[in-house]
Every structure is written in structure tokens, then in C-alpha cells.
Design a protein around this ligand. Structure first.
Ligand code: SF4
Ligand code: SF4
Length: 84
């Protein structure tokens, strides 16, 4: 199985939850803390990410960068970094 992970720009996130709804693996959730803008921000809550990029595609603020790594691979590959 392809494994992935996400890097979330916490200070950019406005907590709209679009990415949470779009994630088929249910591996995103809102933090309890607030960011500098006063929003609860998204974070990875499970290690089940497959790198499908759904979350990055729906984020209106381009706050998510997805990395994908074939099982056993030594090096991660950048999949998508939405334009800001
Ligand atoms: S890349 Fe896919 S599986 Fe990973 S957090 Fe985003 S929507 Fe979920
Ligand atoms: S879609 Fe983007 S702005 Fe909205 S909660 Fe997810 S990371 Fe934050």
C-alpha cells in the first residue's frame, strides 16, 4: 500500500474542515489549540494517510502539502504543493 503524509501550514489554516471531510482515511482533525489567526487548525491525527491528495485539492488556502512514499522506499516524493 502507498503511504503518505501531509505537511500543514498551521498558521495559514482557517479551520474550515473541508480537508477533514475530503479525507477518505479519516486521518485529519482539528487541534484544540488556536493558531495566530484565532482558528483551530488541522493536524494529522492518524498514520493512515495514503497520499491521495484530496485534502490538498480542496483546501482553499493551499495550506496542505502532500508527500507520498511507496512502502519500503527510503526517500519521500513530493506529490503536490498547491500554488499560493
Ligand atoms: S493525502 Fe489523502 S489520505 Fe492523506 S490526509 Fe490528505 S486526504 Fe487524507
Ligand atoms: S481545507 Fe485548508 S484551511 Fe480548511 S481546515 Fe483544511 S487545511 Fe485548514
Amino acid at each position: 500500500m502507498i503511504r503518505g503524509t501531509v505537511l500543514i501550514a498551521q498558521e495559514v489554516c482557517k479551520g474550515c474542515e473541508l480537508c477533514i471531510a475530503a479525507c477518505p482515511q479519516e486521518c485529519l482533525g482539528l487541534s484544540e489549540q488556536l493558531n495566530i489567526k484565532g482558528y483551530r487548525y488541522v493536524r494529522l491525527i492518524r498514520e493512515t494517510c495514503t497520499g491521495c491528495i484530496n485534502c490538498a485539492l480542496v483546501c482553499p488556502d493551499a495550506a496542505i502539502t502532500v508527500f507520498r512514499e511507496p512502502k519500503g522506499a527510503a526517500k519521500k516524493t513530493l506529490v503536490v504543493q498547491p500554488a499560493t
